[in-house]
Design a protein around this ligand. Structure first.
Ligand code: SAH
Ligand code: TMP
Ligand code: ZN
Length: 407
């Protein structure tokens, strides 16, 4: 029995993904022996609607000067965050004299660069020093810190209140969300807005995309869970917008209570969640059975291909892939290497299973028979640029929403 991080009720995990490593810790052989593992076990709290993992490594173990994830590796995500920034400017900043925009988890500046380029006052809060420096190098003002209520107080004292507080794929990383919500309320002007997006629980359940669950993702949010949390901090959810990014996300719009009309989208999405049964324990039982079935099918397929003497290579050394690889028991025996465009991942080994990570050239120079798409959330972008592989007879394997081979 554990305590829910949000409401304090007692919760217990409905399944375990076993011992898992730090998902973005791509290691060298001399680090194999000292690799850190923890038990990855998710639970659902029926009291506050939060979906969370029971144990999570310390923030400093995951976010530091050698953080491996550079958001701008995806062209599509660069365009997505340009549209996000444009929408914020048009809907919430138009007509404001000298607006101030803050982003939490601003990474390499993928979103804030759009504000920097437009000459808008902005501040990125990014604790991983290497990606924070990449943002500064492209002109994005960035402080290298973990956001919390105390930092919000300092930002207000040093730079004033914010018109817009933004975040993407950040909120679901932070265990103490009460400190974030309180800090958000403190940082915003009375007519300010907080807008953030994260992978969506409804999509994860519908697609059995269990690899959304890994060390960094301490929560997978629903509209019901976000409304519950922010209500405790004088904030109101006034709109929601589904996104197709990262396998299905939700964008949440919040403001100080009573400051804005509430869109019917909010009630509508809460009703969708009830229809999906997101509040029911049996939904998570079914999810667990779906995960086990998916694992069985993927391992059977890879074992069969190996027996046939086929070459299988991984595509995209994603953080999500760590859960899939280590939960399913995928070894370098079944997947020869993983191709990834991120220089800091190349020449290293995937966490836990130690599958070699190689530059994209290793894939392009000697096409395998099958490419296992760990970056399944970037499928459209990747399919569009892998015409030559397809033309050469290369096949793809995906495991979300189901285990499938296609050419
Ligand atoms: N916003 C980008 C990056 C998401 S990765 C995108 O959507 O692609 C999450 C980022 O949040 C990492 O760069 C990590 O270093 C940062 N982060 C983790 N904890 C944080 C905290 N408490 N405050 C601010 N940033 C944090
Ligand atoms: P993400 O799913 O967390 O965004 O991670 C995507 C990973 O896949 C990241 O390491 C970059 C890599 N990648 C490629 O190697 N090639 C590509 O075309 C894309 C889009 C991503
Ligand atoms: Zn709870």
């Amino acid at each position: 029995m554990s305590r829910c991080r949000i409401c304090g009720s007692s919760i217990s995990p409905f399944m375990s993904f076993g011992r898992q490593p730090i998902s973005n810790a791509f290691v060298m052989p001399e680090q194999f022996a000292s690799e850190y593992f923890f038990e990855l076990a998710p639970a659902f709290c029926t009291e506050c609607h939060s979906f969370q993992i029971i144990d999570q490594p310390e923030a400093e173990q995951m976010f530091h000067g050698n953080y491996a994830y550079f958001a701008s590796t995806s062209r599509y995500m660069c365009d997505h965050f340009k549209r996000f920034a444009d929408d914020v400017s048009q809907r919430f900043l138009a007509g404001k004299a000298d607006p101030f925009v803050v982003e939490l988890g601003s990474n390499d500046g993928i979103m804030l660069r759009n504000f920097a380029d437009a000459g808008v006052a902005h501040l990125g809060v990014e604790p991983s020093a290497n990606v924070a420096q990449a943002a500064r190098d492209r002109g994005v003002t960035t402080i290298c810190e973990f956001f919390n209520d105390a930092l919000a107080e300092r930002i207000v004292a040093e730079r004033g209140h914010a018109d817009a507080l933004l975040a993407a794929n950040l909120m679901c990383h932070i265990p103490d969300l009460h400190s974030i919500a309180a800090g958000a309320r403190r940082l915003l002007k009375p007519d300010g807005v907080m807008i953030f997006e994260d992978p969506y629980l409804g999509e994860m359940i519908a697609k059995t995309s269990y690899d959304q669950i890994y060390d960094e993702h301490v929560y997978i949010f629903s509209v019901a869970s976000i409304r519950w949390l922010f209500d405790k901090h004088g904030m109101e959810l006034f709109d929601v917008q589904p996104q197709i990014t990262h396998g299905g996300s939700m964008r949440y719009f919040l403001a100080p209570k009573g400051s804005r009309p509430i869109s019917p989208n909010v009630e509508r999405q809460v009703a969708v969640e009830r229809e999906l049964g997101l509040h029911l324990p049996e939904t998570y039982d079914r999810f667990r059975r779906n995960c086990e079935a998916s694992r069985g099918e993927l391992i059977a397929l890879l074992t069969e291909l190996k027996a046939q003497g086929k070459r299988v290579v991984g595509y995209g050394a994603t953080a999500k892939g760590a859960t899939a690889i280590n939960y399913c028991g995928i070894t370098p025996d079944l997947v020869e290497f993983i191709s990834d465009v991120t220089p800091t991942k190349q020449g290293r080994f995937s966490p836990g299973a130690h599958i070699p990570v190689k530059p994209y050239d290793a894939f392009a120079a000697d096409f395998p028979d099958y490419a296992l798409l760990f970056a399944w959330n970037h499928k459209a972008e990747i399919m569009a640029k892998e015409e030559a592989y397809r033309a050469a007879g290369g096949q793809w394997i995906v495991y979300v929403p189901k285990v499938e081979v296609f050419s």
